[in-house]
Design a protein around this ligand. Structure first.
Ligand code: AMP
Length: 116
């Protein structure tokens, strides 16, 4: 499942470059181009879903959140802690309409930031 004119589908296809962190048959994780924390990695399913409210199969959601742990391990933030954000639609200011998980860490967030 691939959507024309979707930025993240183009990154998955390799048509737009990204800095890869992790990849398997279902997901690609890459560095956010505008990091809000020392660690700011995005995880995207290779299947296109507009967002988390887009009838994503349970199995795919489960695998997606298991991938969060893998990415946190790769980035070395599993012990120190990290934040997971899934912006969904307009009120949450979702700017790329392909389901993605932000994994943020590498610093203390007790000042309330970042609120992506
Ligand atoms: P959201 O606002 O939740 O839709 O997040 C979209 C994220 O994608 C933002 O944090 C952007 O910085 C990031 N982004 C946009 N274009 C790219 C790109 N070409 N490579 C990596 N990250 C990107």
């Amino acid at each position: 499942m691939h959507k024309e004119d979707c930025l993240f589908c183009k990154i998955i296809a390799g048509d737009i470059p990204s800095t890869k962190v992790f990849e398997d048959e279902n997901f690609l994780a890459f560095e956010d181009v505008n990091p809000q924390m020392p660690v700011h990695t995005l995880i995207v399913p290779k299947n296109h879903y507009d967002n988390i409210a887009d009838d994503v199969p349970d199995e795919e959601l489960g695998k997606l959140f298991n991938t969060v742990k893998k990415v946190a391990d790769i980035k070395g933030i599993s012990e120190s802690g990290f934040r997971v954000i899934v912006n969904t639609n307009d009120d949450a200011c979702q700017s790329v309409h392909h389901l993605h998980v932000h994994v943020l860490g590498g610093g203390q967030m007790n000042d309330g930031s970042p609120a992506l």
